[in-house]
Design a binder for this molecule. Structure first.
Ligand SMILES: NC(=O)c1ccc[n+]([C@@H]2O[C@H](COP(=O)([O-])OP(=O)(O)OC[C@H]3O[C@@H](n4cnc5c(N)ncnc54)[C@H](OP(=O)(O)O)[C@@H]3O)[C@@H](O)[C@H]2O)c1
Length: 238
């Protein structure tokens, strides 16, 4: 049965911008209190100031001490969403060790440590939502680290769900979404997004709303655990 989020507390790690901020907005609209977690405390506070009742906390998933301190500061929490990512999109022959490790830390090791510190505090109806991504299922030159880290998330939620039950653990796997993240491509962004739209069955890229709808549904979907929900317009099938 769907559990409404009204009155619940949702920590959104990476919640100060892009998809994370959109998720914080969406859970607020669903009646929950959003707790915005970000590496930059001032940025978290500024984002929280724009949302009714929201709170802010500093958290860097690459630094376990900040994870533990953030969960202490937050206190009661019903759900945790982790959107953190660190891109290292280069050919395998050009991999940088430190940036490769950072990518795994943001997507895999960090979220595992967030689960470690959050699990003892989450109620039986609680849940964790992690972020995978379509690159895991569409291997392409230059996107190997992104693909492997996103693929690891899909396995991670199955293992975490089995161990942390009855707390539910799921993932959302977006396709290409113009969340703000791709602005770094500058003038190349338009062509990139057009190519990504062509690579779907529905002929468009994703919106923040496409993804936040899935997250809000997963947080309340009491009979869904260990799943990865693909929100990518059929991009795995093209
Ligand atoms: N947008 C897409 O097209 C797309 C496609 C597939 C999958 N996804 C996945 O969806 C998720 C959200 O995407 P997005 O577009 O919002 O990505 P994004 O713009 O890259 O945002 C990533 C977020 O993670 C935070 N972050 C990075 N490293 C962190 C760390 N060590 N500790 C805490 N927070 C950290 C960033 O915060 P700072 O402000 O501190 O940097 C930022 O809020 C990501 O996991 C991404 O891989 C996105």
């Amino acid at each position: 049965m769907y559990q409404h989020l009204h009155g619940q507390r949702v920590l959104v790690v990476g919640g100060a911008r892009d998809l994370g901020l959109a998720i914080a907005r969406a859970v607020t609209q669903a009646g929950a209190t959003a707790i915005i977690g970000a590496r930059d405390a001032a940025r978290a506070t500024a984002a929280a100031d724009g949302l009714a009742g929201a709170e802010a906390v500093r958290i860097d998933v690459g630094d376990e001490a900040t994870i533990a301190a953030a969960l202490d500061q937050v206190g009661a929490v019903d759900h945790v969403v982790v959107t953190a990512s660190a891109h290292h999109n280069v050919p395998v022959t050009e991999l940088d060790h430190a940036r490769t490790v950072a990518a795994f830390e943001a997507k895999v090791v960090g979220p595992l440590l967030v689960a470690k510190h959050a699990a003892p505090r989450l109620p039986a109806h609680g849940s964790i939502v992690l972020f995978s991504g379509v690159a895991a299922w569409n291997p392409a030159p230059g996107y190997t680290v992104m693909g492997i880290t996103n693929g690891a998330v899909a396995f991670a939620v199955q293992h975490l769900a089995a161990e942390l039950a009855p707390v539910r653990v799921n993932a959302v796997s977006p396709g290409i979404v113009d969340s703000g993240s791709w602005d770094r491509l500058g003038d190349g962004k338009g062509a990139f997004l057009a190519g990504a739209a062509d690579g779907t069955l529905v002929g468009r890229t994703g919106t923040n709303d496409d993804v936040t709808d899935a997250v809000v549904w997963l947080l309340g979907a009491g009979f869904v655990s260990g799943e990865t929900i693909h929100v990518e317009g059929g991009a795995r099938l093209r």
